[in-house]
Design a protein around this ligand. Structure first.
Ligand SMILES: *[C@@H]1O[C@H](CO)[C@@H](O)[C@H](O)[C@H]1NC(C)=O
Ligand SMILES: *[C@@H]1O[C@H](CO)[C@@H](O)[C@H](O)[C@H]1NC(C)=O
Ligand SMILES: *[C@@H]1O[C@H](CO)[C@@H](O)[C@H](O)[C@H]1NC(C)=O
Length: 471
């Protein structure tokens, strides 16, 4: 184990990113659980009583008054009510975290196909690339991992609108295309470039994935692989779905800003919006967010990956009477469904804000520490050792790509040093706008907060198990 990894493991459980809430009762360590539960009960009772009093006493006039006191100019854009994120949400336990990250039952370097004793089928991983959340870095990672460990990896494109009936009927996945295949079984490490670009599959279907692939991914939806093994997921033990999802998320505001900057970069934007200076970018973001809120819209970009092809989103609605608009009701229902999916599929949860820690989880899940050759361990140490947040510079963090391919990063000198972080910092100076921005991203934030708790538990489990193995 190299020094860097040791350090990462040592510091992992004590560090939290700033501004992150401490975990509540269900997520805490054993000794904190009781206290947390009692506290939560008391707070819950107080809130409940207040809520009852509020809904009985408050008249429309009083509400309007409160709103205008808070913010006269923006009160129709920035509402005050953030939905309590605990009401409809499932719980996530330590045991579930341990199952999510259990090591793949294969040996790195071994070409043979194995069976997962828990599911009795070939283990297959599905990487869900959420827009602007470290995806390029991970695509690059899976490619290298497959070459080193002799696994096979398929990249799909334009797959978020895959027709669910085609997946269920075991036809070619209608709407998806194969972008790239890297088959580590067919190449040796000295011949890596030949393996890229190999695309022997004109299309993708359940049979192709089941018979040939260990990992597939791209801009796809959770649950796309529900019928890969020819049986519905419900046939398998709970918390151990036969296709194991890997999802990375990133702070929603950062994802939004990064998305706008990407649009500016690739030029899919009106000429009047193409000003890449700090002022121009900030102005465009404010315009977009305010415009969306004027039409009651919320940021829901990640939903297209976190809801399954089988979920009827048009039919989703919440019955929370405190949510005023149909848009708000729908966004909340979808966010809750997305969170339930993260738990139901028991995804391996990575966070772009802490790539180094996320890679500890991923290493635990993908590398059982069995190698056909000691050299491979060195390659693997090298591969995983590359994700060190402390070492990263502003430029490197831009696409959250500590080792992302340089051509895919923003060229910061072209943008005069205007990065996502710089833009966010500038936006935060405008309190009025930030209220609207927070309202705009609040359902994405709800998913993000929940995902953090999953991530933290998985990291704690991975770290503990690794330490135990070392003793
Ligand atoms: C899946 O695709 C392959 C290659 O295009 C094809 O040979 C096979 O028949 C397809 N299987 C199904 C079930 O559609
Ligand atoms: C929509 O939701 C209602 C109520 O949950 C349900 O009864 C109905 O079957 C759903 N419709 C579709 C098309 O899924
Ligand atoms: C970044 O942009 C600057 C200015 O346009 C250019 O000189 C430089 O070569 C670019 N760097 C890369 C890596 O593309």
């Amino acid at each position: 184990m190299n020094a860097q990894r040791k350090r990462a493991i040592k510091t992992s459980s004590s560090e939290l990113p700033t501004g992150r809430r401490k975990s509540s009762g269900i997520f805490g360590t054993k000794q904190h659980q009781l206290m947390g539960a009692i506290l939560a009960l008391i707070i819950g009772m107080i809130l409940f009583v207040q809520l009852m009093a509020w809904s009985l006493v408050t008249t429309g006039e009083q509400r309007r008054h409160a709103d205008s006191r808070m913010n006269t100019r923006n009160h129709h854009l920035a509402r005050t009510y953030i939905p309590a994120s605990t009401i409809d949400l499932p719980s996530y336990t330590r045991d579930m975290a341990r199952r999510a990250i259990r090591p793949a039952p294969w040996t790195c370097g071994d070409k043979r196909v194995v069976v997962d004793p828990l599911t009795n089928v070939r283990p297959i991983f599905s990487f869900v690339h959420v827009y602007k959340a470290a995806g390029s870095t991970l695509r690059d990672f899976f490619e290298r991992y497959s070459l080193i460990c002799r696994k096979s990896w398929m990249v799909l494109i334009s797959c978020t609108k895959v027709k669910s009936s085609s997946i269920r009927a075991n036809e070619d996945w209608e709407g998806c295309r194969v972008k790239q295949v890297v088959n580590g079984r067919h190449v040796d490490l000295h011949n890596i470039d030949d393996a890229k670009g190999e695309r022997p599959y004109p299309t993708v279907n359940n049979t192709i994935l089941r018979e040939n692939f260990d990992i597939y991914g791209g801009h796809i939806q959770i649950g796309s692989g529900d019928f890969i093994h020819g049986r519905p997921v419900t046939d398998f033990p709970s918390q151990t779905p036969p296709v194991r999802h890997i999802v990375f998320l990133r702070d929603p505001m950062a994802r939004f800003v990064s998305g706008i900057m990407y649009e500016q970069k690739v030029g899919t934007i009106k000429e009047s919006d193409a000003d890449k200076s700090l002022e121009g970018t900030v102005a465009l973001i404010k315009k977009r967010v305010r415009g969306s809120r004027k039409s009651n819209s919320y940021m829901t970009r990640s939903f297209r990956y976190l809801l399954t092809p089988f979920q009827n989103t048009a039919n989703m609605t919440a019955t929370d009477i405190r949510l005023s608009t149909p848009e708000e009701n729908r966004a909340k229902a979808q966010a809750v469904a997305a969170i339930r999916n993260l738990v139901h599929y028991n995804v391996i949860m990575g966070m772009a804000e802490q790539m180094d820690k996320s890679m500890i989880i991923l290493r635990h899940a993908l590398v059982s520490d069995r190698y056909t050759d000691d050299d491979l361990r060195e390659y693997i140490d090298d591969l995983f050792g590359n994700y060190d947040n402390e070492r990263s510079t502003e430029e490197e963090t831009e696409e959250n790509g500590m080792i992302s391919r340089p051509k895919e990063r923003f060229n910061l000198s072209e943008r005069n040093g205007v990065s996502t972080a710089v833009v966010l910092q500038e936006l935060k100076k405008d309190d009025d706008f930030m209220q609207i921005f927070q309202e705009y991203v609040k359902f994405e934030q709800m998913i993000h907060d929940f995902a953090w708790e999953m991530h933290k538990l998985q990291l704690e489990e991975a770290t503990q198990i690794e330490l135990k193995n070392k003793l």
